[in-house]
Design a protein around this ligand. Structure first.
Ligand code: GZL
Length: 330
């Protein structure tokens, strides 16, 4: 006959066993499965890297907005490598996040992993940069700038500035990351715009990978190989800021000997513009966080959202930069 104490002890062991079995059935955070539903939405975000002031501002906007929106953010920094972004997206799928968002470092090579997300029933939002997938069902929307327009605005400003030129105006171009949407599109928009004046010629064009170091190194090469450079068009402020060092070291006055046009309008770029070292900036806003979190909630709720959401932005001359700097958010 079982003693009372034994029976009680045996009952306690059986109950504990049932509890453990029940918990295992709900998934285990150690295996990366989504924890028991705490009601919070989970967003998996794969970021390009930390290559520029723009990227830092964009990352801050996403992290701050996720906190403010009460969304649990799983954030991955791909350090500029597509394979790291693909790995991160696969991890998000395995972790059964509610929504996946990412800024694709390059335009091509995403169909396979995006189909895996679609097959797993996880909606994807593209932010900042888009992809060249023919299958538009692989993502819910693309929220970001029109990079062709940014390049066009830069080119149109130069055409106006140089309309009285009677001889060749030699332009060197610092391109963004090879294969990225901003590099491809800004180059196209700028090239199409300056075709209006045959005196405007791009005599050298090379990637500086959106970094200050890249801009400086490539500008040094441009200066060594080209005795007459009249204009620098840099696809972002950071490469332009790196180029300033090379231009000054070569004994030339930036903003005067060489007209400098960039894109982004981050703080240091706007300061260079206000100081007369840059001459024109086409803005590209990194503050996509609030809109992204709103989209995450709408997508999860099954609401229909626009397939393309274009961020609104402007342009700046030196005087406009001086006026805008005190209230700029980044
Ligand atoms: C543009 C963004 C670009 C910025 C660069 O939306 O993808 O990448 O122009 C950044 O500064 O590195």
């Amino acid at each position: 006959m079982l003693t009372k104490s034994f029976t009680r002890r045996g009952l306690a062991v059986v109950t504990a066993g049932l509890l453990v079995a029940g918990m295992a059935a709900c998934g285990n955070s150690d295996t990366g499965d989504k924890p028991a539903d705490d009601g919070k939405l989970t967003l998996g975000f794969s970021q390009v890297g930390a290559e520029s002031g723009w990227r830092t501002a964009n990352t801050n906007s996403i992290k701050e907005s996720a906190t403010a929106a009460g969304i649990e953010l799983k954030f991955d920094d791909a350090q500029g490598k597509q394979e790291n972004q693909i790995k991160a997206i696969r991890n998000f799928i395995q972790q059964k996040v509610d929504v996946i968002a990412f800024s694709p470092v390059v335009e091509s090579g995403w169909d396979t992993v995006l189909k895996e997300a679609k097959d797993a029933g996880i909606p994807v939002i593209l932010t900042d940069r888009s992809v060249d997938s023919a299958d538009k069902s692989l993502f819910k929307t693309f929220i970001g700038s029109d990079f062709v327009k940014e390049g066009k605005l830069a080119g149109e400003w130069l055409v106006e500035q140089k309309k009285a030129a009677t001889g060749p105006v030699n332009i060197v171009e610092l391109q963004g990351t090879t294969g990225s949407a901003p590099a491809n599109d800004r180059k196209k928009g700028f090239g199409d715009a300056i075709a209006a004046n045959p005196n405007l010629k791009v005599i050298a064009s090379q990637t500086g990978d959106f970094t200050r170091a890249g801009g400086k190194a490539v500008m040094e090469q441009f200066l060594k190989a080209n005795p007459k450079i009249d204009v620098l068009f840099a696809h972002n402020d950071d490469m332009g800021l790196g180029a300033l060092e090379a231009i000054t070291a070569a004994g030339k006055v930036p903003g005067k000997d060489i007209t400098i046009i960039t894109i982004d309008a981050v703080h240091d770029g706007m300061q260079a513009l206000a100081d007369g070292k840059f001459n024109f900036i086409a803005e590209c806003s990194p503050l996509l966080g609030p809109q992204l979190m709103d989209l995450v909630k709408k997508v999860k709720a099954g609401e229909t959202i626009p397939t393309r959401i274009e961020t609104q932005e402007g342009t700046f001359t030196s005087e406009q930069a001086k006026a805008a700097l005190p209230t700029r958010k980044y």
